[in-house]
Design a protein around this ligand. Structure first.
Ligand code: PLP
Length: 355
């Protein structure tokens, strides 16, 4: 007798981050900053105090308290997760019934569709316009007409780097019956968060992460913010020891260094502006071959007449970015990394011109 793998598993496409060795990595929207020596010392002494033979605190109280304090919010509105990715999975498995329809926008973060596929929830995809804007009216109408159970989207958006104003997001939440999962993974770089307004809505879950602005992708720590009822449901439904003790200890050490976090965000925004400016200059010099989108994240999104070749040229020079169809998504890096990337692209366009 042969064991038959479930159809949904046979059809599942793995999430495959770029592999290989690169001199400069600008492909995963990570922070280019590493912890200061002072923070490193805090981290080491925090790890030394971990009770390795004991299970972790199921509610990860210390990091939850520190995160709440960082954003001036209440503890009753926060759940910690093993990355915000885990929280997407918990939301799909516990807030949705099999068969419930959900909405996802295209392009957007791919993990919403990934987990909905696993929980057997059909996804209605709404395509964004050519300028990558979200049509709020169309989104509301589609949600209500199809009686969808949930709407997932990132704001600001990965990969488009564009953002919806808080007022527009509120319009969506107020006008649908669906649960809105608002992924604010990049909101540390922008000022349109709804983190302090979760009590006003009974259908809103906001996701945040320590993987991007806080430079802690390795420890896997994310948060869900929602009203007390939704938060209680989420903490009950998640697996009890989802955030391990080492992550809790390191996360707390990081979150205690508020000044360092704020400085890091400023440095990343500075780098992002530098990268954006450089790409805009290239756009000006090469009218038609590259179109650079505005950005309120730590990366820049650009359309290329030949994105594949541009990407190959970057890879040849040891630089990784994310290729998405006709677009490249480029994470900002150190000053050196940005200038290397820009110089490879300039050379690429010079060669193209001579062809
Ligand atoms: C990077 C990213 C995440 C992943 O966050 P983790 O906390 O590392 O799981 C979630 N959402 C979006 C839109 C992202 O770009």
């Amino acid at each position: 007798m042969a064991y038959n793998l479930a159809e949904k598993l046979k059809k599942l496409e793995p999430y495959e981050p770029l592999s290989g060795q690169f001199r400069i990595r600008l492909d995963a929207n990570e922070s280019f900053l590493t912890p200061s020596p002072e923070l490193m010392a805090d981290i080491q002494s925090a790890i030394a105090k971990v009770a390795f033979n004991r299970y972790p605190d199921p509610l990860a109280r210390e990091v939850v308290e520190l995160y709440a304090e960082f954003h001036g919010m209440s503890l009753d509105n926060l759940t910690a997760g093993n990355g915000s990715d885990e929280l997407i999975s918990v939301i799909c498995t516990s807030f949705l019934k099999r068969g419930d329809k959900v909405i996802s926008l295209t392009p957007d973060f791919s993990m919403y569709k990934f987990y909905c596929h696993l929980t057997e929830n059909p996804v209605i995809e709404i395509n964004k316009s050519l300028d990558m804007e979200i049509d709020v009216e169309q989104l509301i109408e589609t949600a209500n007409k199809n009686n969808v159970a949930a709407i997932f989207f990132s704001n600001p958006c990965n990969p488009t780097s564009l953002g919806l104003k808080a007022s527009q997001v509120c319009e969506i939440i107020s006008n649908v019956k669906a649960l809105v999962i608002l992924d604010e993974a990049y909101m540390d770089f922008w000022d349109q968060s709804l983190l302090n307004e979760t009590d006003m809505y009974d259908n809103l879950i906001i996701l945040r992460t320590c993987s991007k602005a806080f430079g802690m992708a390795s420890i896997r720590l994310g948060f869900a913010a929602a009203n007390a009822t939704l938060t209680k449901a989420l903490t009950t439904a998640k697996s009890p020891y989802n955030v391990n003790s080492v992550t809790q200890a390191i996360g707390a050490a990081v979150l205690r260094r508020k000044d360092e976090l704020k400085k890091a965000i400023d440095a990343i925004v500075f780098s992002r502006n530098q990268l954006y400016k450089g790409l805009k200059e290239i756009e000006k010099e090469n009218g038609g071959s590259i179109k650079v989108f505005d950005t309120c994240t730590n990366f820049v999104f650009a359309k290329f007449s030949d994105a594949k070749s541009a990407n190959l040229e970057l890879i040849k020079n040891g630089i990784s970015v994310r290729l998405l169809g006709n677009y490249l998504r480029i994470t900002c890096g150190s000053e050196y990394e940005n200038s290397e990337l820009l110089s490879v692209l300039r050379t690429f366009f010079e060669k193209e011109e001579k062809k």
